[in-house]
Design a protein. Structure first.
Length: 211
C-alpha cells in the first residue's frame, strides 16, 4: 500500500506535516519533560483514555512487543516506541497494529557500507542514486521504515531487515513489496516517513500501520 498523508502528529518543538490518519505520533527530545518513550506513551494514553497515568501499565510479549494490560478497556490500543540517542518517538493506534522508528541521519557513519546486510540490491541502488547530501536521508528512510514495519508485525529482533523488501521510487513513493520473499505479509500496510530538522541535525521518523 502507498503512503497517505494526514494529521495527528504531535511534536514538542518542531512543526511537521501529518502522519497517518487516525494514528497518533509523538516525537520529543529525550531530555524534555517525558524522559523515556514508555513514560511519554503513558502520559499520552492517560490523556487519550482520560484515566490517571497510574492506571496505565504495559507488558511485553515473547518477542519484546509492548502491549497495554491496564486499563482493560484499552486493550484495543497498540503502542510502539523508539529512541535514538536524545530523540524519541511514540505511536499509538486503536484497533490496528502500529510501528514507529526514529534515527538521526548521522548515527551510523558507515551506513553505505552496511547496506548489503540489510537492504536488497534494488533498495541499495535507490539509496545510491541520491547525491551525497541526500544519500544518508535515503538510507535512513529505508532503515526506519523496515524497523517500523518489524515493530508493527511484532517480530522485532527475530525479523531480518533484509526480509522486508520495500518498493522505493521517487521522493515519496514507498510500499512493502514483499516479506520473506512473498506477498502475503506485505499487503495492507500504510507507510509514512518524514525528515525532521532539529538543531542543525536531521532525524528520520517512520510510521507503519495497517488501516
Ligand atoms: C526490536 C527492534 C526493532 C528495536 O529497535 P532498536 O533500534 O534497538 O530500538 P528502538 O529504540 O528503535 O526500539 C525499542 C523499542 O522497540 C520495541 N520493541 C522491541 N521488540 C519489539 C517487537 N518484537 N515488536 C514490536 N516492538 C518491539 C520496544 O518497545 C522497545 O522499547 P523498550 O525496550 O523501551 O520497551 C530492533 O532491535 C530489531 O531487532 N530489529 C530487527 C531488525 C534488524 O536486523 N536490526 C539490525 C540492528 S543492527
Amino acid at each position: 500500500m502507498t503512503e497517505s498523508p494526514a494529521p495527528e502528529l504531535h511534536v514538542s518543538w518542531e512543526d511537521v506535516p501529518g502522519a497517518l490518519a487516525g494514528t497518533h505520533v509523538w516525537l520529543a527530545r529525550a531530555d524534555a519533560a517525558h524522559a523515556t518513550p514508555r513514560g511519554a506513551a503513558t502520559r499520552i494514553l492517560s490523556r487519550l483514555l482520560r484515566v490517571p497515568a497510574e492506571g496505565i501499565s504495559f507488558a511485553k510479549d515473547l518477542h519484546g512487543r509492548p502491549h497495554l494490560v491496564a486499563p482493560a478497556e484499552a486493550s484495543a490500543y497498540s503502542v510502539s516506541t523508539a529512541r535514538a540517542d536524545d530523540v524519541m518517538a511514540v505511536a499509538i493506534a486503536c484497533g490496528v497494529p502500529v510501528g514507529v522508528d526514529v534515527e538521526w541521519t548521522t548515527r551510523v557513519p558507515d551506513a553505505m557500507a552496511i547496506m548489503p546486510d540489510f537492504f536488497t540490491s534494488a533498495e541499495a541502488a535507490w539509496v545510491a542514486s541520491h547525491d551525497r547530501f541526500e544519500r544518508d536521508v535515503a538510507f535512513y528512510k529505508c532503515w526506519t521504515m523496515k524497523e517500523a514495519f518489524s515493530k508493527a508485525v511484532g517480530l522485532g529482533a527475530s525479523f531480518g531487515l533484509r526480509e522486508v523488501e520495500l518498493g522505493v521510487s521517487g521522493a515519496n513513493e514507498t510500499h512493502i513489496r514483499s516479506v520473506h520473499g512473498g506477498r502475503t505479509l506485505a499487503e495492507g500496510w500504510r507507510l509514512w516517513h518524514h525528515v525532521v530538522p532539529i538543531g542543525g541535525r536531521r532525524a528520520v521518523l517512520a510510521v507503519v500501520d495497517a488501516r
